[in-house]
Ligand binder design. Sequence first.
Ligand SMILES: Cc1ncc(COP(=O)(O)O)c(C=O)c1O
Length: 441
Amino acid sequence: MLGPRDDRPALPSSPMSLVIENGWPRTAEWTGGELRLGGIGVRDLAAEFGTPAYVLDEEEFLARCALWRDALPDGEVHYGGKAFLCPQVVRWLDAAGLCLDVCTGGELAVAMAGGMDPARVVFHGNNKSVAELRRAVAWGVGCVVVDSFTEIERLAALAAEAGTRQRVMIRVTPGVTAHTHEFIATGGDDSKFGFSLNAGLAAEAVRRVLAEDSLELAGLHSHIGSQITDLGGFALAAGRMAAFLTACEDEHGVTIPKLDLGGGLGIVHRPGDPVPPSPAEVVAALRAAVPSRVRLAVEPGRSIAGPTAVALYEVGTVKDIPGVRTYVSVDGGMSDNPRPAMYGAAYTAVLASRASDAPERPVTVVGRHCESGDVLVRDLPMPADVRPGDLLAIPASGAYQRSMASNYNHVTRPPVVAVRDGAARVIVRRETEEDLLRLYV
Ligand SMILES: Cc1ncc(COP(=O)(O)O)c(C=O)c1O
């Protein structure tokens, strides 16, 4: 059977010093065939909190924050809030000394609800509204990443109106295509994000920002994509961005103090997936390409949140179509994890609630939605006696799942339950049908 028991290396003496790159949180263990997370068995978790549920290992989250912070002690680590955000996450980031990247007014509101100092917030987005920009200026957001000429004008006017000087970074697309899915590659010339370096738009953006008295150019920014598992793209983008920064400084006689090279580091989802470089290796590759006088910033999202959570589902039906396929239907699906349907993202799942000696056979794990594409895991070896009432666990479910969850088919979105040292607490409660009905007039 695939599972954390088989491929977990021994824990180091300091649990904070190493992140185990096998997709499972560090406290995952098996007892008598049952998966335990944070010292609690999944049967107890399911009985208390219901399914589907996202179970998040608090120790793993904090360890991953610490790993990035320690990799860049003289720079800035902005957690990419789009991966997964709630007020408790904001409090963990604060405790770990991380900053936060948000990309909508909603994410900014969560940051504030969690008590984040607005000065430690970076505000992204290719189409921020005037209202969102006004709020960012009024609340004293540390840095706005400008993404279009229209936005430079808008923000300059809003900052002038507020009688303040807003710090900005300019988002640059450095012409680097990361080896990842087309929809999550953002650094090539044909991108809705930022200003193209190759087309000369980035140089023009620098000119326009410098011409605005109400804007302060705090740095340049690039983000080339997500789920990247090799260093080549990071190093290439860093080199191009560093050369551009130096050229701008020379041309305009200014200092541009910071280079923010975004997020994008991938994670392991399944046994056999490429093991990504460590945060320290990523930072070393970036640092090697950037002059030491320039402050480095990074924005990891998935590589912090991804391996911290396990999605827990209950099997509802098992349908054998002789000679064709066996479908195992669970009580969640594309509404809580749209990534397989959107990007063809590949996951594994394991029988988590009991031991089984039954031989394995391939099954396809599907959700409960009215779409044939509502597939969570295709052709997965699973004990042949898998049956209704069993619990399945999908590791590496902490990023871009609960944060992308929808109410498709009017299902209610699952809770996030944090576990640590044998205790569990809800940090995002399960939505109810009352929540859904409240919207209708
Ligand atoms: C600007 C920016 N920064 C950071 C991130 C986080 O990326 P990841 O979760 O791949 O680390 C993203 C993700 O799309 C992004 O768009």
